[in-house]
Ligand binder design. Structure first.
Ligand code: BTN
Length: 255
């Protein structure tokens, strides 16, 4: 029992690695992990990424020193079929951090973009390595716009905490809040399991229940967003009331 408790005490962000500049925090944490033992909950941050990675092979641009750029290491004991819960934990933690600082309504755009007033404020890139049928090594990369005011390199509408509250915010105080909320939702998952976290995720899901146009392989189609399944695929109702299921590379939001 004591041994079990000892093993489950994970302090998110207590072990911290920081670089003034690196190619990508996800890549660097993976490199370190492949050569030395690092504790679960380790956070690697940087002021600037020369080759920041986004979803779908896109890049992630961020002004030097302005924002949170970091990757957490988690090594949960989970069924590999439930790995999407790691995206859920990260999304809820980022959402909660932003809501606390801005008092705005924050939503999660599938799979894990964080949106305020229709503009993107944070992006999450989760890289999982399935070690065995029960252990997953997860590198959770988060880019959260804190003090950046101009977003000329951004292909879609973007915002930051500073743009929302008209005040400069200390990056480190945002990091502390983020660590706390990752710890909180990770503990909640360990205590209550997938369904509780999944429920919270769906309560904050962008466009849930709304009818909108999407780009799919067959062209532009109208759907009503229904839910995200356990594997992390998007489920929507088409015009005939049938459910269609899409993976991340198979559908693009038009709103
Ligand atoms: C997205 O496309 O929305 C995901 C963006 C994820 C960006 C973060 S910044 C820190 C970490 N390191 C990376 O190279 N990418 C993630």
């Amino acid at each position: 029992m004591e041994d079990y408790l000892y093993k489950r005490m994970i302090y998110i962000g207590k072990n911290r690695i920081h670089y003034s500049e690196i190619d990508s925090t996800n890549s660097e944490l993976k490199r370190i992990y492949s050569t030395e033992e690092i504790t679960e909950g380790t956070l690697l941050t940087t002021n600037f990424q020369s080759s920041g990675q986004g979803q779908r092979g896109e890049s992630w641009e961020s002004a030097p020193g302005a924002n949170f750029l970091g990757t957490y290491l988690l090594t949960p004991n989970i069924n590999p079929r439930e790995v999407f819960v790691l995206n859920i934990i990260a999304s809820l933690a980022v959402k909660e951090t932003i809501a606390e600082l801005t008092q705005s309504e924050v939503s999660i755009k599938w799979p894990n973009d964080i949106i305020v007033n229709g503009a993107k404020i944070a992006g999450i890139l989760v890289d999982n390595k399935i070690i065995s049928s029960k252990i997953v090594t997860s590198f959770i990369g988060i880019g959260l716009n804190i003090n950046q005011l101009e977003f000329s390199d951004f292909p879609r509408s973007a915002t930051s905490i500073r743009k929302l509250i008209h005040k400069k915010v200390k990056n480190e105080s945002v990091t502390q809040k983020l660590n706390f909320h990752i710890q909180q939702f990770y503990s909640l998952y360990n205590l209550k399991g997938f369904e509780t976290l999944n429920f919270l995720y769906h309560q904050n899901l962008y466009l849930k229940g709304e009818s909108q146009f999407y780009e799919v392989e067959t062209g532009t189609k109208k759907f009503t967003l229904q839910s995200v399944n356990k594997e992390g695929c998007l489920q929507l109702f088409n015009n005939s009331g049938e459910i269609e299921v899409f993976g991340i590379k198979e559908i693009t939001f038009l709103k």
